[in-house]
Design a protein around this ligand. Structure first.
Ligand SMILES: [Zn+2]
Length: 126
């Protein structure tokens, strides 16, 4: 999944469970579930980081940094940090993206994910 879609689905989950602690626990599993859905990714790391960060920032500003939706957004997107932060993968082992074949490539287009993510974050940031 693209990063902003992980952010949006995490925020929606947080808003549903209404508990920052529960959102923090569920987030990483939601990430794994999302990567399992056959999807396209965006080849630009810069765009992925910028769009994901913008969504998290918007949620933090509108709902507060410790709101369940904001925490859910962070927890669900955090596993992608291991792509960019070397010390999160000692000996080159990735925890969330290591198992071969887990991450599915397929039909769910990057643009559809982007539109959906924007809509979800837009509603939650109202
Ligand atoms: Zn991932």
């Amino acid at each position: 999944m693209i990063v902003s879609m992980h952010v949006a689905s995490g925020a929606a989950m947080g808003a549903l469970v209404r508990s920052p602690r529960r959102a923090l626990l569920i987030g990483p599993f939601l990430h794994l579930a999302g990567d399992r859905v056959p999807h396209e990714d965006i080849p630009s790391l810069r765009f992925e980081i910028a769009s994901g960060a913008a969504c998290v920032l918007l949620l933090a500003v509108r709902r507060g940094p410790f709101d369940a939706a904001t925490i859910g957004a962070l927890a669900a997107s955090a596993p992608d940090l291991e792509h960019v932060v070397p010390w999160l993968r000692p000996r080159g082992q990735k925890l969330f993206h290591g198992r071969h074949g887990w991450h599915r490539t397929g039909r769910f287009s990057a643009s559809a994910q982007l539109v959906l993510a924007g809509a979800i974050v837009g509603v939650l940031a109202r």
